[in-house]
Design a protein around this ligand. Structure first.
Ligand SMILES: *[C@@H]1O[C@H](CO)[C@@H](O)[C@H](O)[C@H]1NC(C)=O
Length: 102
């Protein structure tokens, strides 16, 4: 009886792993694969940077959208172009805000 229960647990764990690999391009605390789809700029709310560590084996730019996070390949020029546009946007907001407050 105990072994049947144990195999059910193992099967459940296995299918959880399979589900996880199906969405492996999606962020799970660490980017393991790159998302290949280009995201429209207006959907991006921000970004973060992942560098190679023991846990995370790839460098990545992570774009944050309302739906979640997407792991991008920093080798793509359009990815860095988006990063620069986000920086310019932040600078613009800073300029406006600091003007408003003198
Ligand atoms: C913000 O202000 C700085 C200094 O005044 C200026 O050089 C820069 O071009 C401005 N940036 C934007 C995005 O407006």
């Amino acid at each position: 009886m105990v072994s049947i229960k144990a195999s059910v647990v193992v099967l459940t764990l296995l299918s959880a792993c399979l589900l996880a690999t199906n969405v492996s391009a999606v962020y799970h605390g660490c980017c393991r694969h790159y998302t290949t789809n280009k995201i429209p700029f207006h959907k991006i709310k921000g970004y973060s940077v992942q560098t190679v560590t023991e846990m995370c084996h790839i460098n990545s730019i992570i774009f944050h959208t309302r739906k979640g996070k997407a792991c991008m390949n920093p080798a793509h020029n359009w990815v860095m172009d988006y990063v620069n546009r986000l920086r310019t946007k932040a600078q613009m907001v800073h300029n406006k805000t600091s003007q408003a407050h003198g």
